[in-house]
Design a protein around this ligand. Structure first.
Ligand code: AMP
Length: 125
């Protein structure tokens, strides 16, 4: 079920549990601002999620409420992870689902990095 991206942050969400070390993940990268790990249900040869360490539901509250340092730190981490995975040269897709129409399922901001194959059209027709 897609979530309401305008709802308050819920500390019981699965990515909050990953950040607290309560459930395992396959970490790709971690720094002060971000954690990157393999998606549990990959939809491409490379499918990595990058999440901020702060308590943000989606791109909406993140871009409204996060201090500049957290914004910059997270965005730089996303680029760093893509480079570490060798994605810029062949190309890749960076995706953020937001709320109901975006079909966001986990209510902690995350971006998807998809790579390793031709991604095709941006959206199904
Ligand atoms: P979204 O629809 O953008 O909210 O995507 C949520 C993503 O989180 C999906 O691609 C899921 O496969 C992924 N996911 C859910 N639980 C886990 C988990 N425990 N570890 C890694 N990825 C997960």
């Amino acid at each position: 079920m897609p979530i309401d991206a305008t709802a308050p942050y819920d500390d019981s969400n699965i990515f909050a549990k990953i950040l607290r070390g309560e459930i395992p993940n396959k970490t790709v990268y971690e720094d002060e601002f971000a954690l990157a790990f393999h998606d549990i249900n990959p939809q491409a040869p490379v499918h990595v999620l990058v999440i901020p360490k702060g308590r943000y539901v989606s791109w909406d509250d993140f871009t409204r409420d996060a201090p500049d340092g957290e914004l910059a730190g997270f965005i730089r981490a996303v680029g760093h992870v893509a480079r570490e995975l060798g994605l810029p040269a062949p190309g890749y897709r960076l995706l953020a689902n937001i709320g109901q129409h975006g079909h966001q399922e986990v209510p902690h901001l995350h971006v998807h990095l998809f790579g390793g194959r031709q991604m095709g059209m941006m959206l199904p027709r």
